[in-house]
Design a protein around this ligand. Structure first.
Ligand SMILES: *[C@@H]1O[C@H](CO)[C@@H](O)[C@H](O)[C@H]1NC(C)=O
Ligand SMILES: *[C@@H]1O[C@H](CO)[C@@H](O)[C@H](O)[C@H]1NC(C)=O
Ligand SMILES: *[C@@H]1O[C@H](CO)[C@@H](O)[C@H](O)[C@H]1NC(C)=O
Ligand SMILES: [Zn+2]
Length: 426
């Protein structure tokens, strides 16, 4: 009797801590699921009905024949039952995700011990939103004529959302603009690293990259989803969306990349269910972070030549449209930019990128940022770059992999920039 009572009390005391503190993913399993095309609808339906399972698949490539599924311990039995009932070939990839998550966390903390701004070793660690902001703020002092930081607004939890403009310092105003954003999705940690790497190439390695700034300015927002990203550092490594509550108390956050007000709200390509990964919000632009990215695009009205959004993972260069199978007017010109990037990467390191319209190459999307950039902000070229996978779930490369990932991706980004500048001279 006493021991039951004590056990009950311990539960009471421990439970809220477990919910509020860092999520260790204890006994979360990762399954690999192989399937035939004919089973795809069945799996998609199951994934939709069970949003607490993280199917890292149905929202990924059309042609894939295997998915990874991250499953909390209490859902394991029913998932396996579903696999067995439908004769789906499956195996356990990870028995207990917690040791992996913990090891990565320790690795990253250790590598950051010596962080001393204004020096920031992009290749040596993953940085938080506030560390990245501090770094951005340190740049104008080092590059007074070339680096300009501006706050464009606040996140839902009142984090300042900062944007860096890089010029060659010649004082010419209103040059055409290459706009790069990162970390629309919180758990895609290679994305802010890539944005930081681009910044360092354009500032510290300027002598090798002058041609990229001769007639163009670069505008870079490394972290759009500041709250979600911070949450992946402090609480829950695999969180994707924003942190603004929804009308379902159990499900927090909206997918910024379904929240833009252009062709918003199609059920093909977004979801009205707050518990789904691709929840579009109650109304277009009801997320402050989406508003900020919109305002940033519109701020450069008339000069926005290339919009590049950095995501992970999958090795894709995705062009509009996401919301329709039709192609935009200057699709072939955009394809030639993507083509230049994909070819440069193959020559550099044999990395294989697939490119084409989001709708065809990946899946339909509705209310994504690239469609808005092209459809409303009149960007000449809009590309979503899905950087390569790393780690167990694709979003979680080790620190030791950052260098390989960002140097390869820079080759592609640089080649695309050269093609944009050649194709659309100022
Ligand atoms: C500087 O840029 C050039 C051209 O992109 C590249 O080959 C070189 O590795 C870069 N250097 C550093 C230190 O990043
Ligand atoms: C998907 O598979 C089909 C048929 O096998 C093929 O024609 C198509 O090019 C593939 N698409 C991609 C993006 O790989
Ligand atoms: C985009 O182009 C359309 C058609 O030319 C124009 O009406 C609209 O004002 C432009 N919007 C921006 C943000 O430049
Ligand atoms: Zn993403």
């Amino acid at each position: 009797m006493t021991s039951i009572l004590v056990g009950f009390l311990i539960c009471l005391m421990v439970q809220p801590m477990v919910i509020l503190a860092w999520q260790d993913y204890k006994d979360f399993k990762v399954y690999e699921l192989n399937f035939q095309t004919s089973d795809k609808d069945l799996i998609s339906r199951y994934a939709k009905e069970n949003p607490l399972l993280d199917f890292l698949g149905p929202h990924r490539a059309k042609n894939e024949s295997s998915y990874r599924v991250m499953v909390p311990p209490e859902k394991c039995d029913s998932l396996v039952k579903f696999f067995k009932e439908n004769n789906l070939e499956h195996r356990v990839l990870v028995e207990d995700l917690s040791s992996y998550v913990l090891a990565q966390r320790v690795e990253n903390q250790r590598n950051k011990k010596h962080l001393q701004l204004p020096h920031l070793d992009v290749l040596g660690a993953f940085y938080t939103h506030s560390e990245i902001n501090d770094y951005l703020d340190s740049l104008p002092a080092r590059f007074p004529k070339r680096a300009f930081v501006k706050q464009f607004g606040w996140s839902y939890e009142r984090r300042p959302l900062k944007v860096l403009t890089i010029t060659n310092g010649d004082g010419r105003r209103d040059k055409p603009v290459i706009l790069v954003d990162g970390t629309v999705h919180a758990r895609e940690w290679i994305s802010p690293s890539m944005a930081l790497y681009i910044i360092q190439q354009l500032l510290d390695n300027y002598s090798e990259n002058q041609e990229l700034l001769e007639d163009y300015d670069w505008v870079i927002m490394p972290v759009v989803n500041a709250d979600g990203y911070e949450f992946t550092h402090t609480d829950s490594r695999y969180f994707r969306k924003t942190r603004k509550p929804t009308n379902d108390p159990d499900c927090v956050g909206t997918d910024i990349n379904r929240n833009f007000g252009y062709e918003w709200g199609h059920d093909e390509g977004s979801s009205g269910d707050p518990c789904e990964a691709i929840y579009r919000g109650e109304t277009p632009f009801d997320q402050p972070e989406t508003q900020v990215l919109r305002d940033l695009m519109l701020h450069h009205k008339g000069r926005l030549i290339w919009y590049l959004s950095l995501h992970s993972y999958g090795n894709y260069l995705l062009l509009p449209w996401g919301h329709t199978s039709e192609f935009p007017e200057h699709y072939q010109d955009m394809m030639s930019v993507a083509d230049a990037g994909a070819k440069a990467i193959v020559f550099h390191s044999n990395g294989i990128y697939t490119y084409g319209s989001t709708y065809y190459v990946l899946y339909p999307t509705s209310g994504d940022s690239a469609d808005y950039a092209l459809g409303v902000a009149n960007a000449t070229v809009a590309i979503t770059m899905e950087l390569p996978a790393g780690g167990f779930l694709g979003f979680d490369p080790w620190v030791s992999h950052i260098e390989g990932l960002v140097t390869e991706s820079w080759v592609g980004v640089r080649a695309m920039a050269v093609e944009v500048i050649r194709h659309y001279p100022a």
